[in-house]
Design a protein around this ligand. Structure first.
Ligand code: CAA
Length: 263
């Protein structure tokens, strides 16, 4: 792949968008390579994925404006679908995905970070949906996910005004969970991914599914989704070992030794 790299670090996969000359902007090729990179993650060996950008300036500076500039209406819609399909794949990826936002996260960059489970960023990060200044709407899920994450009023203000915000403001409005000096960002992402990876993998996957699917349902249906996924954990090696270790007061063992078991 030309623009996306993959590194395996124990149970953690690191996917890096590597097109620094264009500040990691998302053209069709980058989107296709991202799709391929997620498809290639070995889910039997990986318990969390970190998504980041190459270089020290930009996570992703948006969809590629050069590529979009000559699109017809139909081509624009198809380009939106291309981005939405891969971002939805990230959002519903079976294991947690952490966005380590190392600089500009504008337009499609903010949108791809919002398709991840957790966002942390560097002090130089800048978030925004500048699309209306370019004569378009956000097209890779921004009109939907920003409102769900920061609330409707704040999302509308940011999108209608096309105003970019810095890391601390992004934290204040709940768009990111934590801000780090740039050099500490990837270590912090790896530490968080490692903590997640040390927990019971089936349970973590089921939590992701329960939270995501429950948010799209009303409460009566949502709690049934939870009950099903809660029940699903029983009789697994994770559950037997996790509870057994607790009852035997062997907390040292915890779950670290339990390999992932496909259901
Ligand atoms: N698409 C294509 N190329 C981009 C790009 C983008 N979104 N963002 C940056 N680049 C390119 C620049 O054209 C430039 O290339 P050249 O060196 O060949 O000229 C290179 O990256 C470096 O960029 P700048 O010289 O502009 O760097 P800067 O430090 O002066 O500014 C910036 C950085 C503020 C991020 C500025 O590049 C910028 O505003 N970029 C566009 C951001 C944007 O509007 N993103 C939203 C795109 S629309 C979208 O994403 C739609 C959607 O929802 C799907």
């Amino acid at each position: 792949m030309e623009f996306v790299t993959y590194e395996q670090d124990g149970f953690v996969g690191i996917i890096t968008i590597n097109r620094p000359k264009a500040l990691n902007a998302l053209n069709s090729q980058v989107l296709e390579e991202l799709d391929a990179a997620f498809s290639a993650v070995d889910l039997d060996k990986t318990r969390a994925v970190i998504l980041t950008g190459a270089g020290e300036k930009s996570f992703v500076a948006g969809a590629d404006i050069g590529e979009m500039s000559t699109l017809t209406k139909a081509e624009g819609e198809a380009f939106g679908k291309k981005g939405n399909d891969i971002f939805r794949k990230i959002e519903t990826f079976p294991i947690p995905v952490i966005a380590a936002v190392n600089g500009f996260a504008l337009g499609g960059g903010c949108e791809i970070s919002m398709s991840c489970d957790i966002r942390i960023c560097s002090e130089n990060a800048v978030f925004g949906q500048p699309e209306v200044g370019l004569g378009i709407t956000p097209g890779f899920g921004g009109t939907q996910r920003l409102a769900r994450i920061v609330g409707v009023g704040m999302a509308k203000q940011l999108i209608y005004s096309a105003r970019n915000i810095k890391a601390e403001e992004a934290k204040r409005i709940g768009l990111v969970n934590e801000v780090y000096p740039l050099e500490e960002l990837l270590p912090a992402a790896k530490k968080l991914a490692g903590i997640i990876a040390a927990n019971a993998p089936i349970a973590v996957r089921n939590c992701k599914k329960a939270i995501n699917e429950g948010l799209d349902a009303d409460m009566d249906d949502a709690i049934v989704i939870e009950e099903k996924l809660f029940g699903d954990c029983f009789e697994t090696e994770d559950q037997k070992a996790g509870m057994g270790n607790f009852l035997e007061k062997d907390k040292e063992k915890k779950l670290k030794v339990v390999p992932f078991q496909n259901k």
